[in-house]
Ligand binder design. Structure first.
Ligand code: 3HC
Length: 724
C-alpha cells in the first residue's frame, strides 16, 4: 500500500516535486493539506529549489477535498474541522509564491484537486484526464477558490456550466478552453512539467496568477446578463438546491469586486452550505452509493468476478428490449430470444429505437450506435444459448411459464451460466422449483426503461451462490447500473417499500383531496412527477396487477381504489394512449385533464370513506406525510426483515429506483431527519381515523419509543429470523 502523506523531492535541476499520496484518489484529507502547506513552505525556504511541480501519486492527481470531513461535520456540527486552505495555502502560499509552481495533472483533478491546480502558475495534463468541480452535486460550492479561478481561466459561460452540471471535461477540451496549458503524454508529464517550471522561473514562459486574470471575463453588463440567465435556469432546474444560486452570487461578487473579494465570500458561503440539509443528504448519498459495492460474504471473500461476454435475453417486450439495449451499449454480446417472428421483430425495433434515441439526444455517436447494434442477434429457439455466460429472463409474470423456461435453460445452457430472472414479484425459489440449479438462480430486477434507469436490484435467495451475486454485480457495473443486493420477498426492496406510495395517494383522493394538488405537493417535495402522473406513465394495468399482488401478500395494509378500473373502463390508459389524468400533447408539458373529475367523484362515491361524506381538510404538509409515512412504515419492515443489508442501501434504491430526491438523502435518511416519533404518532392517529392501512409497524413503534434512529443497524438475530 502506498504511503499516505506529502513527499518532497528536489532534483539536481533545482525543481522540487511535491507529491500527494492518499490512495485510491489522493483525497485532500486534513493531514494531506497540512503536509502540502509544510512542503510548499520548505520548497520556498530552500535555496536549492528554483521551481516546484505539484503532482499526485498513482496516476491520479486528486479527487478533491476529503468528503469524510463533511460527514464528520454533519455528525458533530463542528465547522472548525474545516482547514483554512483557500487563502492560507492556495492564495498566500501557492499563487503568490516567489517561485513558480506547475501542476502535473494525470487521471483526474476534481473539486479541491482542480482548485489546487488552478492555484498553480501553469497546468500540464496527461491525455484524457478528467477535470471538474463537482461540489454542487454535494450540496456545497467549490471552497478553495474554484468559483473565482475557473471563470478567469475558461470564461464565464463555460465555467458556470461546468460548476452547475458538476460534470468534468477532458484535458484535451481543457487545453482548447485555456484551463490546461499543454496536454503531454503520461510518460513525459513530469519531465515536461519540470522544464516548464524552470522556464517560468527564467521568465521564458509567462508567470500567470489565475486570480489576477481578467482577460477571459466579459464586461460587467454582459456578465450580469449571463448570470441572470443562469439564475433563471437554476430556478427551474434546481429549485430546492440552494447551492446553485449561492454559487452564482459568489461568482458575481468576484466579477464586481475582484477575485480576492470573491475568494473571501466563497469561503463564507461554503461554510454556510456545508451545514445545509441539502449537503447532508447529498454527502450521505455519496457514501451510501459506494457502500452498496460492499456485500458481506460476497465481496470480502477473495472471489474473482468471471467474465460475462455473451448474454441471452428472453423476451423482447419493454423490459427485455431495455435490458438488451443496456447490455449492447456496453459491448456485451446479446442473443435476444422471442417466441415468434412478429414479437422478435418488434423487440429488435424497440432496441433500435432506444439506441437511435440516444443518438438523437447527442448521448451516443452514430458509430457507437452501429457498433452496439452489431452486438445483437435475434433468435427463435434455444440453440444459440449453448455458449452464453448468462441468461436474463424477461417474459410475462406467469409462474408455470417461468418454471418451464428455467428447466429448459438448465438443459441447454452451459453449467457455468448464470440464470437470472427479471421478475418483479415472483419468489426465486418458485421460479427455480423445477430445476436443481438454485445456486445459480438470481434476480436481476431492472427498472423501466431499463436502458435509462440506473438501479439494478440483485435478488438473492438463500441458495444463490456468492460467485453468481458477484458476477451479476460486476455486469451491473459494466452496464453502468448501481447494483444493490437485496433479499427475496414480494416486491424486493423498492417496490415493496413503495407499494403504499400510490395507494396512499389514491386514499387521499378518495377522502376528497384534489388529484393535481397531490401531484403538486409531491413534485414540490422533489420527485420529478407525482403519483398520478407516474400512473399515467406506467399505465393503469400495471398498477392494478401490482396492487393485487401486494393485496394478496399483505392483507390488512393495502388500499384498493376503484379509480384505476374506472379510468380503464372509460378508455383511458395514461400516457400510452394519450388519455390519462393529464393531457399529453407533443411539444407541450402535460396539462391536468378536467374531464377525469366525474370519474374521481364516482370513485369517491364507491369507496365512501369521506368522514360524514365531506372532503377532509388537510395542509400540503399533511398530504406529503400521509403519502410518505406509509412508505417509511413499510421500509421499516424491509429493514427489520433484513431485505437490505443496511439502511443506506434502501436510501440508494429509493433514489435510483423511485427518483426520491437525492438531496433529501433517501427514504430512511429523510425519515430519521423527520423523526421516528413524529412518524409513529401520525400513523397511529391516521390508523384510528382511516383504518389499518396506516397502522404503524412493530419496528417503527419500537424505534420511536426507544429513540433509536431507523437507520441504526438491525440486530442480526432479528433480521435473520425474518429474512427471505
Ligand atoms: C473545498 C472543495 O471545493 C470541496 C471538495 O473538493 S468536495 C470533493 C469534490 N470531489 C468530488 O466530488 C469527487 C468525488 N469522487 C468521485 O467522484 C469518484 O470517487 C472518483 C471519480 C474520484 C473516482 O471514482 P471511482 O474510480 O469509481 O472510485 P469510487 O468508488 O467512487 O471511489 C473510490 C474510493 O475513494 C473514495 N473517495 C473518492 N473521492 C473522495 C473524496 N473526495 N473524499 C473522500 N473519499 C473519496 C470513495 O469513497 C471510495 O472509497 P471506498 O473504496 O472506501 O468506498
Amino acid at each position: 500500500m502506498a504511503k499516505v502523506g506529502v513527499m518532497l523531492e528536489v532534483g539536481s535541476d533545482g525543481v522540487a516535486v511535491i507529491t500527494m499520496s492518499n490512495p485510491p484518489v489522493n483525497a485532500l484529507a486534513i493531514p494531506i493539506l497540512a503536509g502540502l502547506q509544510e512542503k510548499f513552505d520548505e520548497a520556498m525556504r530552500r535555496s536549492d529549489v528554483k521551481a516546484v511541480v505539484l503532482t499526485g501519486k498513482g496516476g491520479r492527481f486528486s479527487g478533491g477535498f476529503d468528503i469524510n470531513v463533511f460527514e464528520k461535520i454533519h455528525q458533530t456540527g463542528n465547522l472548525k474541522l474545516l482547514p483554512n486552505v483557500s487563502v492560507d495555502l492556495v492564495v498566500n502560499t501557492m499563487e503568490d509564491a516567489k517561485k513558480p509552481i506547475v501542476a502535473a495533472v494525470e487521471g483526474l483533478a476534481l473539486g479541491g484537486g482542480l482548485e489546487l491546480a488552478m492555484g498553480c502558475h501553469a497546468r500540464l495534463a496527461a491525455p484524457r484526464t478528467q477535470l471538474g468541480l463537482p461540489e454542487l452535486s454535494l450540496g456545497i460550492i467549490p471552497g478553495f477558490g474554484g468559483t473565482q479561478r475557473l471563470p478567469r481561466l475558461l470564461g464565464l459561460p463555460k465555467a458556470i456550466e461546468m460548476m452547475r452540471s458538476s460534470k468534468p471535461i477532458m484535458s484535451e477540451e481543457g487545453k482548447k478552453l485555456g484551463l490546461i496549458d499543454e496536454v503531454v503524454p503520461s510518460g513525459d508529464l513530469l519531465k515536461v512539467s519540470r522544464l516548464w517550471a524552470l522556464e517560468i522561473a527564467d521568465r521564458r514562459k509567462p508567470w500567470l496568477r489565475s486570480l489576477h486574470r481578467t482577460d477571459k471575463l466579459p464586461p460587467l453588463s454582459e456578465a450580469r446578463k449571463i448570470l441572470s440567465i443562469a439564475r433563471e435556469q437554476a430556478k427551474k432546474t434546481a429549485k430546492n438546491l440552494p447551492q446553485h444560486q449561492a454559487c452564482l452570487d459568489v461568482i458575481e461578487e468576484g466579477i464586481i469586486h475582484g477575485g480576492y473579494s470573491g475568494v473571501l465570500k466563497e469561503e463564507k458561503v461554503f461554510h454556510e452550505l456545508v451545514l445545509s440539509d441539502t449537503a447532508k443528504g447529498l454527502v450521505h448519498v455519496f457514501f451510501a452509493q459506494r457502500a452498496t459495492s460492499k456485500v458481506p460474504n460476497v465481496t470480502d471473500v477473495r472471489l474473482k468476478p468471471r467474465n460475462v461476454k455473451k448474454v441471452a435475453v428472453l423476451g423482447g417486450g419493454l423490459m427485455g428490449s431495455g435490458i438488451a439495449t443496456a447490455l449492447i451499449l456496453s459491448n456485451i454480446y446479446v442473443v435476444l430470444k422471442e417466441i415468434n417472428n412478429e414479437y422478435l421483430l418488434k423487440g429488435i425495433k424497440t432496441i433500435e429505437a432506444n439506441v437511435q434515441g440516444l443518438v438523437s439526444k447527442g448521448k451516443l455517436t452514430a458509430d457507437k450506435a452501429d457498433k452496439a447494434l452489431s452486438m445483437l442477434k435475434g433468435v427463435l429457439d434455444y440453440s444459440d444459448l449453448k455458449d452464453v455466460d448468462m441468461v436474463i429472463e424477461a417474459v410475462i409474470e406467469n409462474v408455470s411459464l417461468k418454471q418451464a423456461i428455467f428447466s429448459e435453460l438448465e438443459k441447454v445452457c452451459p453449467s457455468h451460466c448464470i440464470l437470472a430472472t427479471n421478475t418483479s414479484s415472483i419468489d426465486l425459489n418458485i421460479v427455480g422449483a423445477k430445476t436443481s440449479s438454485q445456486d445459480r438462480i438470481v434476480g436481476a430486477h431492472f427498472f423501466s426503461p431499463a436502458h435509462v434507469m440506473p438501479l439494478l436490484e440483485i435478488v438473492r435467495s438463500e441458495r444463490t451462490s456468492a460467485q453468481v451475486i458477484l458476477d451479476l454485480m460486476t455486469v451491473g457495473k459494466i452496464i453502468k447500473k448501481v447494483p444493490v443486493v437485496v433479499g427475496n420477498c414480494v416486491g424486493f426492496a423498492v417496490n415493496r417499500a413503495f407499494f403504499p406510495y400510490s395507494q396512499s395517494a389514491h386514499m387521499l383522493v378518495n377522502l376528497g383531496v384534489d388529484v393535481f394538488r397531490v401531484d403538486r405537493v409531491i413534485t414540490n417535495f422533489g420527485f420529478p412527477i407525482g403519483p398520478f402522473q407516474l400512473g399515467d406513465v406506467a399505465g393503469y394495468g400495471v398498477g392494478l396487477a401490482v396492487g393485487k399482488i401486494f393485496a394478496d401478500a399483505f392483507p390488512g395494509r393495502t388500499f384498493k381504489s376503484p379509480l384505476g378500473e374506472l379510468l380503464i373502463k372509460s378508455g383511458r390508459n395514461g400516457k400510452s394512449n394519450g388519455k390519462g389524468y393529464y393531457i399529453y400533447e407533443k411539444g407541450n408539458r402535460p396539462r391536468p385533464d378536467p374531464s377525469i373529475l366525474p370519474l374521481v367523484e364516482e370513485s369517491r362515491r364507491l369507496t365512501n370513506i369521506r368522514p360524514g361524506g365531506k372532503p377532509i381538510s388537510v395542509s400540503d404538509q399533511e398530504i406529503l406525510e400521509m403519502i410518505l409515512f406509509p412508505v417509511v412504515n413499510e421500509s421499516c419492515r424491509v429493514l427489520e426483515e433484513g431485505v437490505v443489508i443496511r439502511a443506506s442501501d434502501l436510501d440508494i434504491a429509493s433514489v435510483l429506483g423511485m427518483s426520491f430526491p437525492s438531496y433529501r438523502g433517501g427514504i430512511v435518511f429523510w425519515a430519521d431527519r423527520v423523526g421516528a416519533d413524529h412518524i409513529y404518532k401520525s400513523l397511529k392517529k391516521w390508523s384510528e381515523l382511516y383504518g389499518s392501512f396506516f397502522k404503524p409497524s412493530r419496528f417503527l413503534e419500537e424505534r420511536a419509543s426507544k429513540g433509536v434512529p431507523l437507520s441504526a443497524p438491525v440486530s442480526s438475530s432479528s433480521a435473520s429470523r425474518s429474512r427471505m
